[in-house]
Design a protein around this ligand. Sequence first.
Ligand SMILES: *Cc1c(COP(=O)(O)O)cnc(C)c1O
Ligand SMILES: [Zn+2]
Length: 449
Amino acid sequence: MKDALMSSAIETLRTISLRCVECSTLYPGMEAGWKPRYRCDCGGVLDVELAPPTGAKGLRQLFDERASVPPTWPVNTGNILPDHSGVWRYRELILPVPGQYIVSRPEGNTGLYPVGTENCGAGRIGHRHIGSYAGLDHLFLKHEGENPTGSFKDRGMTVGVTMASLLGAQAVACASTGNTSASLASYAAQAGMRGIVFLPAGNVTVGKLAQSLAYGATTIQIDGDFDAAMQLVEQVCNELGIYLLNSLNPYRVEGQKSIGFELLQQLNWQAPDWLVLPAGNLGNTSAIGKAFRQAYQLSLISHMPRFASIQAAGANPFYRSFQQGFTMREPVQAQTVATAIKIGDPVSFTRARRVIEESNGLVEEVTDAEILAAKTIIDRSGLGCEPASAATLAGIRKLVERGVMKRDESVVGVLTGNLLKDTLTGIPQTGENLVVTASIEAVRRVLGQ
Ligand SMILES: *Cc1c(COP(=O)(O)O)cnc(C)c1O
Ligand SMILES: [Zn+2]
């Protein structure tokens, strides 16, 4: 049994190549000694290349059949592949891995909410305010905060930890602004691996820190920013033989592609005009862009949407570079209330640049005040999100105001994280938190009746 498993793992690894995004050098998915490779010899990051799926024609039907499979439990035993996972449902385009290795909650299957002034149903008066705020008739929000640990990071992590299990890893590690570590901690615990996370001290919300600790990860806060933690963890993994699960890890990007596939499936494979998302380390821009590129190449959709990546004005190296026609690239000292995008030197810069260029897309920046105003709108609508996610709506509003985005265009915005991830930022000023004596008269008074 063990040998059969081993050879199926080797088979999977044989179908994968890794290509440098800077110089295009191609490496095998697995090199001698099973030592994982995270970078090209030139220092560039790597992109997974799979053999094109056979029978691409039937893919849409296959995915649609799997989406109709009712949730089954347990999802992850024996040879049963978790068709119910919003990631593994698309495995032909992500990682064709034997079912026994898959570590899945399952994740994905997140809501795609129609919130535009025209496409918002009568029972969604609250959601409709978002469309009015944005100035769009046909707006959808994909709420990735509905993933098992509350952010889209679970989509990459299920693939990353599955790869770790394929490689027989005992320990996995990442640097994180909080959500990656929460996700890693959960998936590592599920797989019986040691989870080790590096966080920038004082820059991670209590909710995210609590998740890492509760799931049992070794949680190391370093005296430095995210970018410093990122450099340290790469060195630690290379020297101590721990499997690295940062966005440097090419398989995480593959898993995050499923946001694109899943929203397309929810739209009956009709691509929107625009895809808008917050941008920090740029893994998600790269991943969703790659998903749309592949869907287009496989004729699953008829056109690419234009991508708009939204950065916080205090953490905007991608925006600055875009302003210069991508002729320069300079790290910044990041400063923003949106801790999940507080990143000064994004790892997936080159991959994301390609997405913006090939989709005729753009990069916009929004201030913290604009982020918090948009967050209040999303929160009050009943959907709710963490601050970084609200950059999406703030960016859309700005692009509509500037006339770049047209009122009648169809737009999908990604909400990346759950409201409960950050319960302090922006909340105390917005809610009505009343304390009264326990009497009907007192309640009448505060309700103004
Ligand atoms: C990770 C994260 C982001 C940023 O995504 P990148 O891939 O780093 O650009 C945005 N919002 C939330 C909630 C996140 O967890
Ligand atoms: Zn290279």
